[in-house]
Design a protein around this ligand. Structure first.
Ligand code: GDP
Length: 462
């Protein structure tokens, strides 16, 4: 494990650009010395801030020698009651990029060094204040793009994943301790019938981990958004629906690198969920004669989507193109949107049911009717059952998931050893392997390289 460095680090913690306030964070043994050298009152006299109590705020000025740099508020958080557990100082200065840079340069000049990205959180981790799952959730929380992602990362930050992993490890160490004791002291501990008991316990644990893993894909979809495509023949109302769904958020259009030139993604916030509307290039520019997404073009979009919204015009009859689309979406999560309900119906729910089991919602894009029904179905599909339960833990971090998958493999090996009648000391080897891998999830067994890699993906000043 990395040694905690002795030096004092500093960085800007607020976003670049012009703002009311910019915050510079300093952490480490010398934080108070640094601030003491540069923080003075209006007359340029020392304020004795070096002796300040923890969790106090001080008004004054940053000086570089005799030159006043800015008028500031300084917060003091003494070890161990700070984010990093080290002495920490935060300077609230004015939020112009030039002002902030000058204050930061002054901080560097008087003894701090520039922090690396994520270094404050890395210190919180290395100093034992937070485990790795909590550290990673800090970045997830900062980058959360919807309500689910915010709540889920906050839950992880408050220890939901850590508690689960801790419990799994506790159960494993209990069994290995029992086996070791019994092997050392057979007079007092009997292993008669124990393999069957252990087998049951390991299966239970493995099932719980499988359950956690299977929920993770839902968690990923909920936090990163549901990749959605709108398909249907020209003129059924796809762009009208997209505009209706997008509402005020219409402007959030991003290019997806590496895909076809005109592929775009529109992120839509829809009842607490995010829909990443895929490949909507043709749909947006309806005024032009831009090619609309036809049967052929939709195929690729259908393939890569989590959800297909298939739009039909209820005032016209189904034709071969529609029937072909029914075929291509039959294995996908899809919703059939029967649009133009304000017109005389030709295609009905009953006629659609001959071709598809997918849920059907009747809407009128032009009259803005039926969107509640659509939202209800999407929520049922992606937030059903335990998904909406508050106790469910979702792991959305790929590193944690991959470690958990290998824990599951080690547990399978324990079950194999039991089934093959191996001796008890074989069980402990794989049990301890599972224990160590669980340790990796929370960062108990993390090497320097991994910690460096994880924290380098953080933003500056966090
Ligand atoms: P797209 O080609 O599938 O994207 O279809 P558009 O959204 O461009 O709509 C085609 C035409 O149908 C336009 O003239 C829309 O105004 C009209 N339209 C869309 N939705 C409705 C609806 O709910 N009712 C009626 N009556 N017309 C609609």
């Amino acid at each position: 494990m990395n040694n905690i460095s002795d030096d004092t680090i500093a960085a800007v913690a607020t976003a670049p650009g012009v703002s009311g306030i910019g915050i510079i964070r300093i952490s480490g043994k010398n934080s108070l010395n640094v601030i003491d050298k540069i923080f003075k009152n209006v007359n340029g006299e020392s304020t004795g801030i070096i002796n300040a109590k923890s969790h106090t705020i001080h008004y004054g000025f940053i000086y570089d020698n005799d030159e006043v740099i800015d008028e500031v508020l300084v917060s003091i958080m003494l070890s161990p009651r700070s984010y990093t557990t080290e002495d920490t100082v935060e300077i609230n200065c004015h939020g112009g990029p030039f002002v902030i840079r000058r204050v930061l340069q002054t901080v560097f000049k008087y003894g701090a060094r520039p922090a690396e990205p994520g270094e404050f959180t890395k210190r919180a981790f290395l100093n034992g204040r937070i485990d790795l799952t909590k550290a990673e959730s800090v970045m997830d929380l900062i980058s959360s793009g919807n309500e689910f992602a915010r709540k889920n990362s906050l839950k992880t930050l408050r220890g939901s994943v850590y508690k689960k992993i801790y419990d799994y490890r506790d159960r494993i160490i209990h069994e290995t301790a029992f086996i070791e004791s019994a092997l050392d002291d057979p007079e007092h501990y009997s292993l008669d019938g124990y393999p069957d008991i252990l087998r049951q316990k390991v299966i239970e644990l493995k099932d719980e981990i499988e359950d956690l893993l299977s929920h993770s894909s839902d968690g990923k979809i909920l936090s990163e958004g549901i990749d959605t495509c709108l398909v249907g023949k020209p003129n059924v109302g796809k762009s009208s629906l997209l505009n209706l769904l997008a509402g005020e958020d219409k402007a959030i259009v991003t290019d997806i690198p590496g895909t076809t030139r005109d592929a775009v993604e529109v992120k839509i916030q829809f009842g607490g969920l995010t829909l990443n509307m895929m490949d909507t290039a043709g749909i947006r520019d309806t005024e032009d004669t831009v090619e609309k997404i036809g049967v052929e073009k939709s195929r690729n979009a259908i393939e890569i989507s989590d959800l297909v919204l298939f739009v039909l015009d209820s005032s016209t009859s189904l034709d071969d193109d529609d029937i072909e689309i029914f075929g291509s979406i039959k294995d996908k999560k899809s919703i059939i949107i029967l649009n133009k309900s304000d017109l005389e119906p030709v295609t009905t729910i009953e006629s659609i049911k001959k071709y598809s089991d997918a849920p059907i919602v009747v809407v009128s894009a032009i009259n803005e009717e039926g969107m509640d029904g659509l939202l209800h179905i999407v929520r049922e599909m992606f937030l059903s059952g335990e998904i909406s339960s508050n106790d469910q833990v979702y792991i959305t971090n790929e590193r944690q998931l991959s470690d958990l998958r290998s824990v599951k493999e080690s547990l399978s090996l324990v079950i194999n050893s039991i089934d093959n009648g191996m001796s008890e000391d074989f069980f402990t080897v794989d049990l301890m392997d599972a224990y160590d891998k669980l340790g990796a999830v929370i960062g108990e067994e993390t090497g320097d390289d991994l910690a460096d890699r994880i924290f380098s993906e953080f933003c500056m000043g966090k």
